[in-house]
Design a protein around this ligand. Structure first.
Ligand code: M6R
Length: 612
C-alpha cells in the first residue's frame, strides 16, 4: 500500500526521493508526492504515476538535502491531487507523509475544527498533521518532537509517518505503529522508508522500527525513543538485497521474471533444510518450539489471499501425514470472530510480506490468548516475523509483482517440509515414504524448469481464451487449493471473473454457469481423485463447456477429452501443487498481457495490504 521514502544528509534529495518512489511503485498506489526543504518548504504532489509527478516537477525547484516522498493508496478521500501526500498543516509549520489509517480521525477533526483549524483535504493524515501543529503552537517550549509524541498518544489506528518541521529543519521525525518503517544508516546521512527497497542502493544497514518507536534523525545522528519518551536500544540489521533483485532484467514484467525464478526459489526454500543425503529435514527456526508443535491439540494456519491457499495445502498435508488437527482461517475473519484458543494451540501465520494488517492483528490476538505463534514469511525482519515465537523464512527473494507467484511455491514448499518433519517426529509416516517424499521435493526445481520451457504452448492457449468473461477453476484434494490460486491469479491481473471450486462442489451450483462460452480449467493430475475428476470433466463436456486441463504427462485419455491441456511431470500428489500451479501462473500472465493489462500493478491492488 502507501510507500514512504525520506532522506536527510548532504546529497541532493530529489533523485533519492524519485528513485525511491519508483522502487515503491510495486506496492500499489494512485498518487504520489514529495516535499523538499531548502530555505523554504516545497511540496509537489499529483494524482497518477511517479512519472506524472516527474513531469509535473520538471520545471520546478527541487534543490535541497532533506525531504520526503510518498505513494498513496487511497483510503480516506478519493485519489486526487489534493488528497495526495505530503500533507501540510494549516499554518505550514509541518509537513507529513503517512501509511496506515487513523481510526479516530473524525472525532479529532471535529475538535480541531471547533478550535478554528481549517482543513483542505478529506484525509485522515491531514488531521494528524494539524494535531501535531496544534500541540506545537499551543504549549510553551513544545518542540516538534514533543508535539509529534503528544499527537501520537491521542491516535487510535495504524501509522508509519515521517514528519518535518520548518522551524527545525535539521531533522526528520519518524514513527510507527502497525505500519512498517525502516531507518537506513549512511555516513552522515539517514534514510527512512516503508521497506528496504527504495534505500538499499545507498545502504544495507537498517533499523526496523517497532510499534510506538519514534526515531529522530539528523545529519549528526539518530535518537530512538518511545512515544512516552523512554530511550530505546536499537539493533542494526544488514539487509541482503541487491539492486538486481529489484530489477526486471531481460523480462518484460516482474511477474514473468518471478515465475521463471521458481526453480531457483523453490531450491532456495529447501536449501540447507533438506539434509545433503536427502534423509531428513531440519527447520532451524522451529527447533525451540517443535515440542509445542508436536504436543499441540490443534494447529491453526492463518493468512490472506495466496498465502491462505498455501495454508490449505499445509492443512491437507499435516492432517494426512502428521495426524494433527489443522484449521485454516482467513486472518480477517479469525481476528474478529471470537475464536476459542488456548495454550495447546499453535497458530501459524503465512505471509509473503509479513506486514499484512489482518494477519498481524490475528497473530497478536492469538498470542494474547496464550497460543504459541509461528510465522512463515518471505520478508526478513518483517513485523510478523518479529512478533512470533519461531518460524521459517521462505527465502524466495524480493517479490515485486503484485500477483504472488514464487512466494506461493515457497510457502507450499515450507508447508510440505513442516508436515513431513512433524510426521517423522510423531512417528506417523513410514521412513521409506518420508525419504521418498524428500527426494520428490528435491526433484521439483528440475520439473518446474521442464514446465517453464513449454511457455510458448501456454501462450498459444492463452490466446484462445483471452476474451473470456468468466472462468471456472476446479480441483480436488491437494489440487483444490491450486484451483483457487489459479482463479485468483487470473482475476487479479486480467480482470476476468474467475471462480475456484472444489470439483465435487460443481454440481451444487457452479455447473449452472457451464455453456459454450465458459472456459473450465480443471487441475486433474493423476492421483487418488483422478477417476472422480474425470467424471467432473465428462459432466462439463456434456454441457459443451471448454475444458483446459492440467494433466500428468502422458495422460492421453484426458488429452483426447479436453479442448486443451497443460502437461506437468509425474509426482507424488502432495508435491503436485508445486508443479500444477506453474502453467496456471503463465496462463494468467499471458492472458493479462494479451488483454493489455498492467500485469505488475493491477488496478486497485496493493502488494502488501497494510491497512484492514
Ligand atoms: O503478504 P501476504 O502474503 O500476507 O499477502 C496476502 C495477500 O494480500 C496476497 O497473497 C494477495 O492475495 C496477492 N495479490 C495474491 O496474488
Amino acid at each position: 500500500m502507501c510507500g514512504i521514502v525520506g532522506y536527510i544528509g548532504d546529497k541532493n534529495v530529489y533523485p533519492i526521493l524519485i528513485g525511491g518512489l519508483q522502487r515503491l511503485e510495486y506496492r500499489g498506489y494512485d498518487s504520489a508526492g514529495i516535499a523538499i526543504f531548502n530555505e523554504d518548504l516545497k511540496v509537489y504532489k499529483c494524482k497518477g504515476k511517479v512519472s506524472d509527478l516527474e513531469n509535473y516537477v520538471a520545471s520546478k525547484d527541487v534543490h535541497g538535502t532533506v525531504g520526503m516522498g510518498h505513494t498513496r493508496w487511497a483510503t480516506h478521500g478519493e485519489p486526487n491531487d489534493t488528497n495526495a501526500h505530503p500533507h501540510t498543516s494549516m499554518n505550514g509549520n509541518f509537513v507529513l507523509v503517512h501509511n496506515g489509517i487513523i481510526e479516530n480521525y473524525a472525532e479529532i477533526k471535529s475538535d480541531l475544527i471547533k478550535k478554528g483549524i481549517v482543513f483542505k483535504t478529506e484525509t485522515d493524515t491531514e488531521v494528524l498533521c494539524n494535531l501535531i501543529e496544534f500541540y506545537y503552537e499551543k504549549g510553551e517550549n513544545v518542540s516538534a518532537e514533543l508535539a509529534v509524541r503528544m499527537a501520537l498518544s491521542k491516535i487510535v489506528g495504524a501509522y508509519g509517518i515521517v514528519v518535518f518541521c520548518k522551524n527545525e529543519p535539521d531533522k526528520l521525525i519518524a514513527a510507527r505503529k502497525g505500519s512498517p518503517l525502516v531507518v537506513g544508516i549512511g555516513r552522515g546521512e539517514y534514510f527512512l522508508a516503508s521497506d528496504a527497497t527504495p534505500i538499499v542502493e545507498y545502504t544495507d544497514s537498517m533499523i526496523y522500527l517497532n510499534d510506538e518507536d519514534v526515531a529522530i534523525v539528523s545529519k549528526d545522528g539518530l535518537t530512538l525513543k518511545t512515544i512516552q519518551n523512554d530511550p530505546v536500544a536499537f539493533k542494526v540489521t544488514k539487509v541482503d538485497l541487491s539492486i538486481g533483485d529489484l530489477e526486471k532484467g531481460n523480462f518484460e514484467h516482474f511477474m514473468l521474471k518471478e515465475i521463471f525464478e521458481q526453480p531457483k526459489t523453490i531450491a532456495d526454500t529447501f536449501r540447507g533444510r533438506i539434509k545433503a543425503d536427502q534423509s531428513d529435514i531440519v527447520l532451524g527456526g522451529l527447533i525451540d518450539v517443535f515440542p509445542k508443535l508436536l504436543a499441540a491439540d490443534r494447529i491453526i494456519i492463518i493468512g490472506c489471499g495466496t498465502s491462505w491457499h498455501a495454508a490449505l495445502v499445509g492443512e491437507y498435508m499435516i492432517e494426512e501425514y502428521a495426524r494433527i488437527p489443522v484449521e485454516v482461517e482467513y486472518a480477517s475473519e479469525f481476528r474478529y470472530r471470537k475464536p476459542i484458543l488456548g495454550e495447546k494451540d499453535v497458530v501459524i501465520a503465512i505471509s509473503q510480506s509479513g506486514e499484512t494488517a489482518d494477519t498481524l492483528a490475528a497473530l497478536k490476538m492469538a498470542k494474547e490468548m496464550g497460543a504459541t505463534i509461528l510465522g512463515v514469511c518471505n520478508v526478513v525482519g518483517s513485523s510478523i516475523s518479529r512478533e512470533t515465537d519461531g518460524g521459517v523464512y521462505t527465502h524466495a527473494g524480493v517479490e515485486i509483482g503484485v500477483a504472488s507467484t514464487k512466494a506461493f511455491t515457497a510457502q507450499v514448499t515450507v508447508m510440505i517440509m513442516l508436515a513431513l518433519k512433524l510426521a517423522k517426529e510423531k512417528g506417523t509416516i513410514a521412513p521409506e515414504l518420508y525419504g521418498s517424499l524428500i527426494r520428490d521435493l528435491a526433484e521439483v526445481p528440475g520439473k518446474v524448469k521442464s514446465i517453464l520451457v513449454k511457455h510458448p504452448h501456454i501462450k498459444e492457449i492463452a490466446e484462445k481464451y483471452k476474451d473470456a468473461v468468466n472462468a471456472l477453476y476446479l480441483g480436488r484434494g491437494y489440487l483444490f487449493p491450486v484451483a483457487l490460486e489459479g482463479a485468483l491469479k487470473l482475476k487479479e491481473i486480467s480482470y476476468i471473473h474467475a471462480e475456484g471450486y472444489a470439483a465435487g462442489e460443481m454440481k451444487h451450483g457452479p455447473i449452472a454457469l457451464v455453456d459454450t462460452n465458459l472456459p473450465v480449467v480443471v487441475v486433474a493430475a493423476k492421483d487418488s481423485y483422478y477417476e472422480k475428476i474425470v467424471s467432473n470433466i465428462q459432466e462439463v463436456k456434456a454441457r459443451k463447456g471448454n475444458i483446459i486441463a492440467v494433466v500428468t504427462e502422458g495422460d492421453s485419455h484426458l488429452k483426447e477429452m479436453c479442448n486443451d491441456v497443460f502437461e506437468i511431470p509425474k509426482s507424488h500428489p502432495a508435491i503436485a501443487p508445486l508443479l500444477a500451479i506453474i502453467p496456471l501462473q503463465l496462463f494468467s500472465y499471458y492472458i493479462a498481457v494479451l488483454r493489455g493489462c498492467n500485469v505488475d500493478q493491477p488496478r486497485n491492488l496493493a502488494k502488501s495490504v497494510t491497512v484492514e
